[in-house]
Design a protein around this ligand. Structure first.
Ligand code: NAP
Length: 282
């Protein structure tokens, strides 16, 4: 009996792997490149590509719990291979599936929902790890520049997504559930900047970008028109689900969701010009 984690080298997948291992479960991790995967030694790392489902045959052998992502290429292009992946999972005897919702229509998620293997859909809001985008400007210029700095977010610690997934994959009672996964509080960009400043022990200047400046930045980063439109709409008017605290983490895992202040303390060195800068306060 083992659990296969797809997206295992990613932000969420690494946390699912960690949580499964901590709970004493056997873990197999899928990656397109085992040589660069850098996963814990206790993990069986296997090569496979979700755009080529038959490459997953060996990886699925003996698997009872399967975590799926819904994308499979650059810019999170939706995977079209859901039906074949599900066929192979059924043949292998998979009993539980978790799916990381990708924010849009997905042949993977649709097929899992329609199938006869117990499924749980994970619907996390904004990841705390998105704040890593600020690490370089904070380290080099003590600055964060963002549009809509008053926007609210119930952002979630990626470790808590991993914990909910690990519980859903390995225990009864989660079949057919859609779990909205949030942090324990609703924060503005200013709140987050202040938490990071406290953690690194040095002030951060918050610069408000105009909408035009934000659009130019996202376009320069290579985002498609669709992605730029999506970002603008959620920044301008965050849907209620993204700014409302849900009790899922505590209900499913039995322990409270982690705060952004805790995330910031864990990552304080990433936001310091040198690790010898003043230690975190508080
Ligand atoms: N960022 C947010 O705030 C947020 C909020 C809610 C939901 N989401 C959703 O979360 C998802 C992104 O998760 P993440 O940040 O954990 O991902 P990530 O860090 O970008 O990692 C991408 C992972 O996907 C794997 N992968 C990509 N294409 C693959 C393929 N063809 N075959 C096998 N593996 C493949 C990569 O594996 P290898 O490179 O090792 O092969 C890697 O492990 C998206 O669906 C997004 O919509 C994000």
């Amino acid at each position: 009996m083992t659990n296969l984690v797809t997206g295992a080298t990613g932000t969420v997948g690494r946390e699912i792997v960690r949580e499964l291992l901590e709970r004493g479960h056997s873990v197999r991790a899928l990656t397109r490149d085992p040589a660069t995967a850098d996963l814990p030694a206790a993990v069986e790392t296997v090569r496979g590509d979700l755009t080529d489902p038959d490459s997953l045959r060996a990886a699925l052998d003996g698997v009872t719990g399967l975590h799926l992502i819904t994308f499979g290429g650059p810019y999170y292009a939706p995977l079209e291979t859901g039906p074949r992946i599900l066929e192979l999972a059924r043949e292998a005897g998979v009993r539980r599936i978790t799916v990381l919702h990708g924010g849009g229509p997905s042949p993977v998620e649709d097929t899992v929902r329609a199938g006869d293997i117990d499924w749980t859909v994970l619907l996390p809001v904004e990841f705390m790890a998105n704040a890593l985008e600020w690490a370089e400007p904070v380290r080099t210029a003590d600055e964060v520049s963002e549009p809509f700095t008053g926007r609210l977010s119930a952002m979630v610690h990626e470790g808590d997504i991993g914990a909910v997934a690990a519980v859903a994959l390995t225990t009864e009672g989660h079949a057919g559930q859609e779990y909205v996964i949030t942090g324990p509080e609703v924060l503005t960009v200013r709140d987050k900047t202040e938490a990071l400043a406290t953690a690194r022990g040095r002030a951060i200047r918050l610069v408000e970008l105009s909408e035009e400046e934000a659009l130019a930045r996202w376009a320069a980063a290579g985002h498609s028109h669709e992605v730029v439109d999506f970002l603008l709409s959620v920044y301008r008017d965050t849907p209620a689900v993204g700014r409302t605290v849900a009790d899922t983490v505590e209900r499913v895992t039995g322990r409270p969701a982690r705060t952004f202040a805790a995330w910031a303390r864990d990552h304080a060195d990433t936001f310091r010009a040198t690790p010898t800068e003043a230690p975190a306060a508080g």
